[in-house]
Structures are given as C-alpha cells and as structure tokens.
Design a protein. Structure first.
Length: 454
C-alpha cells in the first residue's frame, strides 16, 4: 500500500468517526462537461471526492458507512466498468475490482448499480450525509433513494430520519494541511515561481500579453504540472487596474508595468503567485515608490501571521501600511486625513485597494473553509492554526481621477505569495519568484533566448 492510499484511507476513517454511528455518507465526483459539439472540457475531478479517494476517473461515487458498536466503518466505491472498446478511445479504466485494490476500498461496484445499492444501504440507518444543494442532479437522486426506502415502510424498514451537509465537515478537515500536502504545495509553488522568473526574462516592449502567458504555461507543463490552477492574468498598463482581467491580448509598451497573476495545479493542489514588473526592465520613480509600498504592506502582513492570531490580522496590518503610504505619496489628502487610521475609518483607501489581503489555498485556488468562527455569536475572524495554507496579496491600483497625481495613473501593482502557518509564524512557499526591485531588474537583464527582440 502506498503512502497516498494510506492517507486517503485515514481520511475516510476520520470522517466516518465524526458521523452519527451507523449513518451513511455519499459523495459523487464532478461530471464531464461538454464544451461544444462532441468535445468535452478537460476533465477535472471533484476536490472533495479526490481528497477522500485519490480516484480521478469520472462517473464515480463514494459511499461511506460510519461504524456502529462492533460494526466497523466501510468504504464503497462506485465507478465505471472495464470496457476495452471505450478504452481504445478514452484511455484506461480501472473497473471496480482493480480500483478497490488500488485505492484501498472495502467494496466496489459498477456505477450503474448505485441507485439499487443505495436503496439497500439507506434502509434502517439513522442519518444521511451528502452535499446538500451542491448538485441538482444529486439532490434528485437522493430524493429518489429516500422515496424507494420509504416505500418499504410496511415491511418495517425505515428511511434516514435526518440529512446533514457533508461538505462543512470536509471543509474543516481540508483546512489543515498535513506534511505531505505541504510538500506538494511547495512543489507547485516552486514550479509557478520558475514560470514567473521565465516570464520576466521573456518580457520586453512589443510582446503581447498572450506571449507572456505562453511562457508561463510552457514552464508549468514542462515541470509536470497538469493544469494552470486558474486562467492566468497577464495585465499590462491600465489593464493591471482590472482585478480579474484575463483577455491577455494587449501589446506591452515601454514605460509600463505588467501584472502577472498565475499559478499551476500539481497532483490536485494549487499554487497562486502574483508578481509585477516593468516591461522595459527598469521601474520608473513613481512605479518604484508604489511597488515598494506594496512590498512593505506584504511584509507587515507576513509579520501578523502566527498561530492564535486572527485571520483578519494580516489584512489589517497591510491596510495600515498602505494607507500611511497613500498619505505620504499624495494619493490621499493629508489635510483631510490626519492619520492612516482616519483614512481607514472613512474607507478612503478603498479607492486604491479594494480587495482582501489573501484567501485559503489548497486543492482549490480559493480553498474551502470559513474565515470566521461560526461557533461564536458575533462570528469573529477565526484564529490561525499551524498547517493552514493561505495567500498574502496586497496591492494598489490607481485609475485616473481628479485629485490623483497624474504620474501614478494607470499603475496597478499586486504582490502575492503562498504561505503555510507554522508553529511560530509562517513559511513562504513561493519565495523563489523574484520580488525585490533590484532582483527583478537584474532578472530581466537575463533575456530569454528565443524571445522576440526589437
């Protein structure tokens, strides 16, 4: 048995132990999605399903039976049957028996038997756990299972007396990354960092945003990452002031910055890195002033990350530095706001910094788990714990506006790194992506061979 299989077995056992004794949980993987004609989008498994199974084929479901008294927990996989003809077209299928052995399940059946088996498995159990409201198709399927069990009431068979939302339980499990997950996320961050360095060396006036994107994707795939973790943002000039810009079709010009937000997915885990650099290889004085302000804000956010500290602390630390810098630089009016606290209280900083300073990171780039302690009445920001993974991404975005110094117009800057909360602070996974002003400028002197020259 491999370490990965053992890890998935342990997760299933841990979830089963948290369920009501004798209850049943069901979780389906993601469906294949038609793109157009007879072509599907590249298939990507459901993250929750993969977290518990390690199984990546479509048309699959997991059923988990919680222990009760002397009856141990059971895990059952439903998956596609072997089909040599379809395998010629679509590739290898494990089939139930091989999947049972390879992935450590107690039982496995063809997915076509799911409805019939669930009618039996839900008989006389106290509760059903599933992803309530997550999929209309699954909701309808669950309703049909319960109806079938209730129809046997005259025979003394009872249906589950309650249903529970399964994903919230899994969110809490997924929020804390074990050592293997952290190592995998470190590898994903390392690949993405190398991609950003490659893109810096490639960039010069006259290249198009999509050419920079191509360099990123090349480096991802060359190093074994299966997918980009999300559609890359390559935003030059004023495009950098559009937070979710992704057209990536503009030509980069001398004197501008380019903001690149791009990460890869490796074996189901995401990285998420943003860097901003000068198209021509050197920051102008206004660009450098804003860039170093964002860098200081990120350092303040890093310092606020530690076990027991609130998740919101890093955002508050970054905003305080940014607001102070906005006043010093002249983006905000010092005569109107006597202190950073005054500007923040009036929400004046939101004109130039309108998003949060990070998010959870893991199997999903915006990973699961609440940011507040939902067990407390006023729902305060939840305290950080060792093993939590998150991004730290302060920024500043200056659109042309009355009263805003013109030398800063159309400058958009974001600096984003991936971190793990440790016992005494945090560890930056993406530190290999160049970030200091001198480091970036020196990197860009090493022009990539084969890049467009003008």
């Amino acid at each position: 048995m491999t370490a990965a299989v053992a890890r998935h077995i342990e997760r299933r056992a841990r979830l089963a132990a948290r369920m009501q004794p004798g209850s049943v949980a069901v979780l389906a993987t993601a469906p294949e999605v038609l793109r157009n004609g007879d072509s599907d989008y590249p298939y990507r498994h459901d993250s929750y399903f993969y977290y518990l199974t390690g199984f990546t084929e479509p048309e699959a479901a997991l059923v988990l039976l919680a222990p009760s008294g002397d009856t141990p927990a059971r895990s059952i996989l439903f998956c596609r049957e072997k089909n040599p003809e379809r395998e010629i077209w679509d590739g290898y299928r494990h089939g139930p028996e091989a999947a049972r052995i390879a992935f450590g399940f107690d039982e496995a059946y063809p997915v076509g038997e799911l409805d019939a088996q669930m009618g039996k498995l839900l008989a006389n159990v106290p509760a059903l756990y599933y992803a309530l409201g997550h999929s209309a198709a699954l909701d309808a399927q669950v309703a049909s299972w319960l109806k079938a069990v209730r129809a046997q009431g005259r025979s003394g068979i009872t249906a589950p007396g309650s249903t529970h939302h399964l994903l919230g339980m899994l969110d809490e499990m997924r929020l804390l990354k074990d050592a293997d997950e952290q190592a995998l996320m470190g590898r994903a961050a390392g690949i993405a960092a190398a991609a950003h360095a490659r893109a810096m060396r490639f960039t010069r006036p006259g290249v198009f945003e999509y050419e920079i994107e191509a360099e990123l994707l090349h480096e991802f795939r060359r190093n074994g990452a299966q997918f980009p973790a999300y559609t890359p943002i390559v935003a030059s000039g004023s495009n950098a002031c559009v937070l979710h810009y992704n057209q990536n079709d503009r030509q980069c010009r001398e004197g501008e910055l380019v903001l690149v937000d791009a990460g890869c997915e490796l074996d189901g885990y995401a990285s998420d890195i943003t860097r901003t650099w000068p198209v021509g290889g050197r920051f102008s004085a206004p660009q450098k002033a804003l860039y170093e302000l964002v860098l200081r804000a990120q350092e303040a956010a890093f310092a606020a990350i530690a076990p027991g500290q609130p998740y919101s602390g890093m955002h508050e630390a970054a905003v305080k530095v940014l607001a102070a810098g906005m006043l010093d630089i002249g983006l905000l009016d010092k005569q109107k706001y006597g202190s950073p606290e005054d500007a923040i209280a009036d929400k004046a900083h939101l004109q130039f910094y309108m998003h949060g300073t990070g998010h959870w990171l893991g199997m999903d780039v915006h990973d699961v788990g609440p940011y507040r302690d939902l067990s407390v009445a006023d729902k305060p920001s939840r305290p950080l714990l060792p093993g939590m993974a998150l991004t730290v991404e302060p920024g500043i975005y200056v659109r042309p506006a009355e009263g805003v110094p013109e030398e800063y117009w159309n400058i958009g800057i974001r600096i984003e790194d991936d971190v793990i909360v440790t016992d005494d602070g945090c560890r930056v996974l993406s530190c290999d992506a160049p970030k200091g002003v001198a480091e970036i400028e020196n990197m860009m002197k090493e022009r990539l061979n084969g890049g467009r020259r003008h």
